[in-house]
Design a protein around this ligand. Structure first.
Ligand SMILES: *Cc1c(COP(=O)(O)O)cnc(C)c1O
Length: 400
């Protein structure tokens, strides 16, 4: 079944992109572990290369297992097509190298994922592209001009879970003739479909929630057919960060349960946020589901759940370390979106390269801890977090 917008989201999560294998009738999508595909005849080979016939001929460009993953993502995002990449950063770099030329300008709402910011400032800028950082939507509107080519946003943002108004960004892009790009990794199409708000291109680190089991690295971009044909023909063919069929198989398998997992992630994070709201050991709790969160109204409008991430501020790096070391269900590791809960201290790990000023602007305080809430029973997660906070407080109360 390819994209059928009449079927409900949960049905498409299970079925979109694949049916019985045409060669064998296999019910599960086979892993087509092959680099190349025979043409069958010299004439067909020529037709394939001339683009006169669609078909598989080399797995850097397309492979049946990878194609099924692409079609499932396109269907869930409600967009005509998708192209898969070997990682989220493979998707970011292919998009930029395909769409940008010297003299173009890119505006992004800071903070973006560190790798994306790094690519824009350290790679795209070397090729004569000007990069502008805006603090918010109004900042974007003030920076647009005739040379703006891309406006790039992420929502919620990492790690302080800021919310960006997608419809407002899409409008700003349309008005200046630019393309809007939303990194939908944190939200997933189960909670937000940026195209419904007018966004042109939607990208993911599939490594996170789309895969959902922490066992594969990959990326994907969904969008209109003409732009994606260009992305496949330039960004995939010439840059070459192609997804392997085994990873595509894992993502296909993971995405069948995406709506169920996202429901459980959201439930866990909401339960935890409720238990932590007003806790005396915390100086801040960032979670878009709280009425006091600055992005709450926009999040309530453009998300159908508030996501599985929350971050808390314990006031100092010492308290944050003590807290992390006393958690038993949250593995200390980067990444997010796994069925298992994960925890990290952004200031000393994922964000340690940022200067003091950038850290402050991005809300990365010394005491900040980010929790990626898994699908375990929320009561156990609450017990674990409250228990670790008790240890921190007991440590602080000890004399000397
Ligand atoms: C992880 C991540 C990326 C990069 O993806 P990789 O698969 O690690 O290359 C990009 N954007 C966001 C929001 C991410 O969380």
């Amino acid at each position: 079944m390819t994209h059928n917008p009449d079927r409900a989201f949960r049905t498409r999560a299970v079925h979109a992109g694949h049916g019985l294998d045409p060669a064998t009738g296999a019910h599960a999508t086979p892993i087509y572990a092959t680099s190349t595909f025979g043409y069958g005849s010299a004439e067909r080979g020529a037709r394939l290369f001339a683009g006169e016939e669609q078909g598989y001929f080399y797995s850097r460009l397309t492979n049946p297992t990878v194609r099924a993953f692409e079609q499932k993502v396109a269907s869930l995002e409600g967009l005509p097509d998708a192209v898969a990449f070997a990682s989220g950063m493979g998707a970011v770099s292919a998009l930029c190298l395909t769409l940008l030329k010297p003299g173009d300008e890119v505006i992004f709402v800071a903070p973006l994922y560190g790798g994306t910011t790094g690519f824009l400032h350290e790679v795209a800028a070397k090729f004569g592209v000007t990069i502008h950082e805006a603090p918010d939507e109004a900042g974007v509107e003030a920076l647009t001009g005739p040379h703006t080519r891309l406006i790039w946003v992420e929502t919620p943002t990492n790690p302080a879970l800021g919310i960006v108004d997608l419809a407002r960004i899409a409008r700003a892009a349309r008005e200046c003739g630019a393309l809007s790009v939303a990194d939908n990794t944190f939200s997933t199409p189960a909670l937000t479909r940026p195209a419904e708000h007018g966004i042109d291109l939607v990208m993911h680190s599939a490594t996170k929630y789309l895969g959902g089991h922490g066992d594969a690295i990959g990326g994907v971009v969904a969008g209109p057919a003409d732009l994606l044909a260009e992305l496949r023909g330039v960004g995939l063919r010439h840059v070459g960060a192609s997804l392997g069929p085994f990873e595509a198989y894992l993502f296909l398998r993971g995405m069948k349960t995406l709506p169920l997992r996202m429901h459980a992630h959201c439930e866990g994070a909401a339960t935890l946020a409720q238990a932590l709201d007003g806790h005396p050991a915390l100086s801040a709790l960032h979670y878009p589901g709280l009425r006091t969160h600055p992005g709450h109204a926009v999040a309530a409008r453009q998300m159908s759940g508030f996501g599985g991430l929350l971050s808390i501020d314990l006031g100092s790096q010492g308290a944050a370390s003590a807290f992390l070391n006393h958690l038993t269900l949250f593995t200390q590791a980067v990444s997010l979106g796994d069925v298992e809960s994960l925890s990290c201290h952004p200031g000393s790990t994922t964000h340690h390269l940022l200067g003091r000023e950038a850290l402050r602007r991005q809300g990365v305080t010394p005491g900040l801890v980010r929790l990626s809430v898994g699908i375990e029973d929320p009561r156990d997660l609450v017990d674990d977090v409250l228990g670790a906070l008790d240890h921190v407080r007991a440590g602080q109360l000890q004399p000397g």
